[in-house]
Design a protein around this ligand. Structure first.
Ligand code: SF4
Length: 316
């Protein structure tokens, strides 16, 4: 990465050299027997079939909006340009966006419409394009990107995902994604199986994080403190440590070093199937979040973001 120009998103060069068009073609073709994510359903999405994620070949989007509440290097002063994709490759029982991720809320877009939407976000001043839950829609997104570059898109791409990714698909995103923003959700396969229907999450997630880091490295910001390239790993603290915080943070430090950027989140609240499903039925306590924060500090993690609870009764 020595000598790299972080002011210029990687996808512009891939567009100029024809690589972006080739990646779009390969990804689009892969939908005929879809193995984009670790579910590897093998369905023909171009023929109208759907797999675990529930989305066909065309882009399906619930919202495009400016988001001011992401981590500071992403939201900056003007906000992050979020694209909320419908559907998901996980089925988290506590998903706070479950109408979008699991109930299909959203509408179909053409790739041209998606490109126009990306341009609208840029014109509104977004510092970046923030793809929320994009894993199963990367083919549609790269198709849209191919149309957006000639229109003048030139801000970084943020890949904001659950971290449940296939290495083969990530390889096709190398140079397209400027900033990876993956979750590290669980450290226990049984918990991952119960909470997200993904017993292989831990091993898949950890391999994916290593590959993302290989592609983009640690976070680099510009003179204004805005993220231009790199990775921020998000960890949502769950009640009774269902999120395996110490194990996960220890993995990050052992594998990626203490320079890894970690966003330690306490925003969990019960949603979807979490009600009546202890301990998911409550928020994280102040003590639980403090413990997670202490672990982060004790492990020597140098760059972190924490959250403050908006409620004065401060559960965390
Ligand atoms: S992207 Fe969807 S259809 Fe493709 S393998 Fe994953 S869950 Fe199945």
């Amino acid at each position: 990465m020595l000598g790299e120009d972080i002011r210029r998103p990687g996808y512009l060069e891939l567009f100029e050299t024809g690589v972006l068009a080739e990646r779009a073609r390969i990804l689009d073709e892969s939908l005929r027997c879809c193995t984009l994510c670790p579910r590897r359903c093998g369905v023909d999405r171009k023929a109208g079939q759907t797999g675990f994620c529930g989305v066909g070949a065309e882009p399906r989007v619930a919202a495009l909006s400016i988001h001011p509440w992401e981590e500071p290097p992403l939201s900056g002063s003007r906000g992050s340009g979020t694209v909320f994709f419908s559907g998901c490759t996980l089925k988290c029982r506590f998903c706070q966006n479950y109408p979008i991720s699991q109930l299909g809320v959203g509408r179909g877009f053409s790739v041209e419409e998606l490109a126009a939407g990306l341009m609208k976000l840029q014109k509104k001043g977004a510092h970046n394009i923030n793809l929320v839950t994009p894993t199963h829609q990367v083919a549609a997104f790269v198709g849209g990107l191919l149309h957006a570059v000639p229109l003048g898109l030139n801000i970084p791409i943020v890949y904001n995902s659950s971290g449940y990714e296939r290495l083969e698909t990530l390889a096709l995103l190398e140079g397209i994604v400027d900033i990876y923003l993956p979750d590290i959700k669980y450290a226990d396969p049984q918990v991952a199986a119960y909470l997200s229907a993904a017993p292989d999450y831990v091993s898949v997630n950890r391999a994916a994080l290593v590959e993302m880091w290989r592609q983009v490295g640690h976070l680099r910001t510009d003179a204004d403190g805005l993220a231009r390239r790199g990775m921020i790993v998000r960890h949502l603290v769950l009640p009774e440590d269902l999120s395996g915080t110490a194990d996960n943070l220890d993995f990050l430090v052992r594998t990626l070093g203490t320079e890894v950027w970690v966003s330690l989140m306490c925003q969990y609240f019960p949603a979807h199937e979490a009600f009546g499903n202890p301990p998911l039925h409550r928020r994280v306590t102040e003590e639980e979040y403090d413990r997670a924060f202490r672990t982060m500090t004790e492990l020597g993690i140098l760059h972190g973001f924490t959250q403050e609870h908006p409620d004065e009764d401060a559960l965390c």
